[in-house]
Design a protein around this ligand. Structure first.
Ligand code: GLV
Ligand code: GLV
Length: 326
């Protein structure tokens, strides 16, 4: 049989070639609204949807859907109500692993850039204000000897830990339970488990690495920001809604914390009022996995997942394999 793929946004090479070699590919000529996504997924004419984080699959869309699978072009899948997908027998796939190093690099970049005021300094030079070396020009915070607190301890957090250790930081993490040294690989004996509250109170850099779900929504709120050190920095390469962004703007403005390095926002692509006016922030437009080779590898993985699902085979990266076992 000849499957049909709905591709909401064209994938980088070699994703589209792989899909076209395996079946028919339908690409809408513009970004689908929520209603259009629901309509097209329930039209009965596509086997699998190749989706992006901006495509929201809620209970309404999934209940009506006639597709057998969703291949998400991302490691995160908070755009899909996975429990509802499972209930409706729809398999969901993601692209784990291949973007771990690139995203950890970006977390490290945000730590360094924010602490050393990279964006501010660059703007200073470009505006023609640089008049020569000065003892107190644009002073920042130390990295070596500083403590990094990782909130969440998945692949990206661990890769960030390895980088931070290379910079002479001390690294602690919070997770449901301490990970035994035997399961820590190169991090064995070099990172410590801590309770969330302690991590918040004592870290010089607090970096977020949790998936977005009901438990982590607004995990970082006004109380948590108040509990951080006034010299501390918040780093977010995970998901925007993990942070109450309005509370963050207030905390940054009032000097409750020293700064923030962000790659994700609560209401992307919008950012909270006032955030972009603050000098003590580094603000990137969701670039964690944005290297040419990573995006190509994600495309290959995403296409392979879609093709397997279209053929009724269990793909390599299912999020909810039970959707098909049931
Ligand atoms: C990007 O945010 C991803 O989840 O891959
Ligand atoms: C995401 O891939 C993570 O496990 O951190």
């Amino acid at each position: 049989s000849h499957p049909t793929f709905l591709v909401t946004t064209p994938l980088p090479d070699p994703g589209m070639q792989m899909l076209r070699a395996a079946g028919d590919v339908v690409v809408p000529d513009r970004e689908l609204t929520a209603e259009e996504l629901t309509a097209v997924c329930s039209s009965g004419s596509h086997d699998v949807v190749v989706a992006q984080l901006i495509n929201i699959f809620d209970e309404t869309t999934l209940a009506a859907a006639t597709v057998r699978g969703i291949s998400n072009y991302a490691v995160g899948y908070d755009n899909v109500d996975v429990a509802a997908a499972t209930n409706h027998g729809i398999l969901v796939c993601n692209t784990p692993g291949v973007l771990t190093a690139a995203t950890a690099d970006l977390a490290m970049l945000l730590i360094l850039a924010t602490a050393r005021r990279c964006v501010e300094a660059d703007a200073y030079l470009r505006s023609g204000r640089f008049r020569g070396w000065r003892p107190e020009l644009l002073l920042g915070a130390d990295i070596t000897g500083a403590s990094l607190g990782l909130v969440g301890f998945g692949r990206i957090a661990r890769a960030t830990a390895e980088r931070a250790l290379g910079f002479g930081m001390t690294v602690r993490y919070t997770a449901r339970r301490a990970v035994p040294d035997d399961d820590l690989g190169p991090l064995a004996g070099r990172v410590q488990h801590a309770e969330f509250d302690e991590l918040v109170r004592t870290s010089d850099f607090l970096s977020l690495h949790v998936p977005l779900n009901a438990d982590t929504h607004h995990l970082i709120d006004a109380d948590v920001l108040r509990a951080m050190k006034p010299t501390a920095y918040l780093i977010n390469t995970a998901r925007g809604p993990v942070v109450n962004e309005q509370a963050l703007v207030a905390a940054l403005r009032d000097g409750q914390i020293a700064g923030a390095g962000l790659d994700v926002y609560e209401h992307e692509p919008d950012v909270a009022d006032g955030l972009a006016d603050l000098a003590n922030t580094t603000l990137l437009p969701h670039l964690g996995s944005a290297t040419r080779s990573v995006r190509a590898t994600m495309a290959r993985r995403c296409a392979a997942n879609a093709i397997a699902m279209a053929r009724g085979e269990m793909p390599e990266h299912p999020v909810n394999p039970e959707a098909w076992r049931a």
